[in-house]
Write a protein that binds this ligand. Structure first.
Ligand code: GDP
Ligand code: MG
Length: 600
């Protein structure tokens, strides 16, 4: 296929607006045969099918004939969530255009705007397209007015399709061919290609998806990875059709996979440049992923540590953006300190451990990375991502906390409630834009630590589900940070230690001490439950002494999470009742612990 008959495009949409369904429809319409028939080919993992989000991008090359000409359409998939925004932007860098999909019954949402902004920034041709027009409550006229008001497209430019019934999808393919420009880039130049997705397969090893920008690459050739300066040899290359299909050569403008002699998945990095030699300039924008949410992961049963270790190593092969360190806790034994790109990323990781590896785990409360400048080295900030690394306050010059630029889109009647919540979470630089009849976009700067726990749920609650949230990292700001520790009769319970903004210390202290009091069995003597900051007690509960265990544990709840998970946890807790732990002179059952620590 000549370069002028190639189109590289992506579908971008708010979650649930129908990207996966439409992708499948495009595969079907272009007769792209699947080796195994399965709904939503594009979402492969169980967690993706259940959650309706795409964790790992699935790209495919489609062959399509129109007006007697053969076209090669490369559909480049993007991960569907803000936690993976860096990977979204790399995927878009491999395209010349996008289909901006908008649910015709829901209208524009926060991610629609964010995706649109990202596509515009990348200089891509955007095809606005309403989806789900088959729905009885679809309102194409209202949504078209909204798209016009918010994004400036004329009503005539906006396509109307249904990924479900297939209505309008051929017109959409026509628009892709007519409106999106073919790739450019000379075949004569030295090789320059962008890595926009990578994963690990048991028999093949590291697979990298690349978009060739200039030059060409062929089987058996040597190439250089720009960020590491390492040389590799191509063992196999090909296109995803949608399964890996070998070809002999990939040329400027094309998209495909390469296999080479890479030893570890960490060597293939999204955003890196594949090139022929050192004289070729790197494509712009490579940055390693930065974990923004940290939590401890422990086996519920300490004897499962080795199994958990294996399971985590396996998952890491396919997710190089998780950072892992071993750690140990007096209450939970051996475990891991893990860094994630965001909360959803953490949740997906937990779910995959449970579903794909059958691991029974407990995750401690998530914290964000703080930065600190210490007297012994006043010129440099050090990052603290683990409460156990918290420095002595007397050595601290200043702390900084991570902040994000948040965009919240909602019907205007929910603005009051949402603003109130944002203000209570220390939002600043609030800015509002009224988009059209009924919607308002609220932008603000929020500390990341204020949104990692329950912000998203609160927003959904306040707005009856109508407000949507999108955020991007916005650096660090000065803050007063406290370490809150918990003690039973003076002995610390390390797994509960947390780092928070000082204004939240008391609330966290009170919540956890109350919870501890609720679940702890009475002992032969009085037990003091204390929360402390520095040497100061900020919350205290007392459990009176009794002779027998009289407190019933019935009616205790385990918190959110799905039902099977809850059941599993409850079963484990039953076993755990017999297992006792000892913190100082206080004996407590394992299940008491799990209830306090588990954050799911
Ligand atoms: P994604 O999150 O953007 O990938 O969205 P999905 O493709 O997973 O679709 C989300 C939900 O909308 C699913 O329940 C789909 O069955 C449904 N859906 C997707 N496209 C259409 C459509 O064109 N019409 C109707 N009625 N439902 C659709
Ligand atoms: Mg999807």
């Amino acid at each position: 296929v000549p370069q002028e008959n190639i189109r590289n495009f992506s579908i971008i949409a708010h979650i649930d607006h129908g990207k996966s369904t439409l992708s499948d429809r495009l595969l079907q319409l272009t007769n792209t045969k699947l080796s195994e028939q399965r709904d939503q080919y594009m979402d492969k993992l169980q967690v993706e099918r259940e959650r309706g989000i795409t964790v790992k991008a699935q790209s495919a090359s489609l062959f399509y004939q129109q007006d007697g000409k053969d076209y090669l359409l490369n559909l480049i998939d993007t991960p569907g969530h803000v936690d993976f925004s860096y990977e979204v932007s790399r995927s878009l860098a491999a395209c010349e255009g996008v289909i901006l999909l908008i649910d015709a019954s829901q209208g524009i949402e926060a991610q629609t705007l964010a995706n649109h902004a990202l596509a515009t920034k990348n200089g891509l041709k955007i095809i606005p397209c309403m989806n789900k027009i088959d729905l009885p409550h679809a309102d194409p006229d209202r949504v078209a007015a909204q798209v016009h008001a918010a994004l400036g497209y004329a009503k005539e430019e906006i396509l109307q399709v249904s990924g479900k019934t297939g209505v309008g999808v051929e017109e959409l393919l026509r628009a892709v061919i007519e409106r999106i420009p073919p790739p450019t880039g000379s075949l004569q130049n030295g090789l320059r290609a962008l890595v926009f997705d990578t994963w690990y397969e048991t028999f093949k090893g590291v697979v990298s998806l690349i978009r060739v920008m200039e030059g060409q690459i062929a089987h058996g050739e040597k190439f250089l990875m720009k960020s590491t300066d390492k040389t590799y040899e191509v063992h196999e290359l090909g296109i995803m059709h949608p399964e890996a299909t070998p070809v002999t050569r990939l040329q400027a403008g094309q998209v495909g996979y390469i296999l080479c002699n890479m030893k570890s998945p960490a060597e293939a990095r999204v955003g890196d440049t594949v090139c022929s030699d050192a004289s070729v300039e790197a494509l712009k924008g490579f940055q390693p992923p930065v974990p923004m949410v940290f939590a401890g992961i422990y086996p519920i049963d300490a004897s499962d540590f080795d199994a958990l270790n294996k399971a985590i190593s396996k998952l890491l092969l396919n997710d190089t953006s998780v950072s892992i360190f071993k750690e140990s806790s007096n209450a939970l034994g051996l475990g891991f300190r893990c860094g994630f790109l965001g909360l959803l990323h953490m949740d997906v990781f937990r779910q995959r451990l449970e579903q794909e590896h059958n691991a029974d785990i407990i995750i401690t409360n998530p914290t964000v990375p703080f930065r600190v400048r210490l007297k012994k080295n006043p010129k440099e900030f050090v990052t603290i991502s683990n409460p156990s690394d918290f420095p002595d306050q007397s050595q601290v010059i200043e702390f900084e906390e991570p902040v994000v630029k948040a965009s919240l889109l909602m019907p205007t009647e929910h603005l009051g409630g949402v603003m109130e919540l944002c203000t209570s979470r220390r939002a600043r630089d609030l800015d509002m834009v009224y988009l059209d009849s009924g919607q308002v976009l609220l932008k603000c700067i929020l500390p990341l630590g204020e949104i990692v726990i329950d912000f998203y749920d609160k927003i959904k609650g306040i707005s009856a589900g109508y407000a949507s949230l999108e955020y991007e990292p916005a650096g660090f700001q000065q803050a007063q940070i406290s370490k809150v520790t918990f003690h039973l009769n003076g002995k610390p319970v390390d797994a509960l230690t947390t780092i928070v903004h000082h204004t939240n210390a008391e609330q966290v202290g009170r919540r956890v001490t109350e919870k501890l009091k609720e679940v702890l069995d009475r002992q032969q003597f009085e037990v003091a439950v204390q929360a402390m900051v520095g040497g100061r007690v900020i919350a205290r509960e007392t459990i009176k002494a009794v002779r027998k265990n009289v407190l019933s544990r019935s009616g205790k709840t385990v918190g959110g999470g799905d039902v099977t998970r809850k059941k599993k946890l409850l079963e484990k807790q039953k076993e755990g009742k017999k297992k006792m732990k000892r913190i100082g002179d206080v004996e407590l059952s394992q299940d008491a612990f799990l209830t306090v620590i588990d954050n799911s």
